[in-house]
Ligand binder design. Structure first.
Ligand SMILES: [Zn+2]
Ligand SMILES: [Zn+2]
Length: 141
């Protein structure tokens, strides 16, 4: 437990951010989550704390700007946030599954975007693309 807190603090400080309690809580929550979370979801989960939603939003943006968190728009114009894999600077974006019925979002394992990357557009080669798979989730099928 204490080691996790140290890890969080070290990760935040290594990016030049102050390790405020709210910032650490936001990062801890995202690291524990197996799906990207919107600002509203993060704020709801931390509602028992006294931080206001604007503070939590600023923390999300700060963590994203610092490279600790990735921002994803799965096509519904809602920013969702997920923690990047700690210590893996070259981690690439993975596809997301979006349920067209309930709007839930799940992470999918990274897939090869192009079999023959040499022939793909530069953005694909550099993995600067986002892949969203749409369909019905298990609960909605
Ligand atoms: Zn669903
Ligand atoms: Zn994801």
């Amino acid at each position: 437990m204490a080691k996790d807190a140290d890890d969080l603090r070290a990760a935040v400080r290594s990016r030049g951010l102050r390790a405020t309690p709210s910032r650490l809580a936001v990062l801890e929550l995202l690291r524990a989550s197996d799906a990207p979370m919107s600002h509203g979801e993060v704020a709801d989960r931390l509602a028992s704390q006294s931080w206001d939603r604007a503070t939590i939003y600023r923390n999300l943006i700060d963590l994203a700007d610092a490279g600790l968190v990735r921002r994803t728009d799965v096509g519904d114009h809602v920013w969702r946030f997920e923690a990047r894999v700690p210590g893996d600077e070259h981690e690439t974006a993975h596809p997301h599954f979006v349920c067209v019925e309930c709007g839930s979002v799940e992470c999918l394992p990274e897939a090869e975007l192009a079999e023959r990357r040499a022939q793909a557009p530069r953005a694909v080669k550099q993995r600067q693309v986002e892949v969203h798979v749409r369909g019905l989730c298990d609960a909605c099928i």
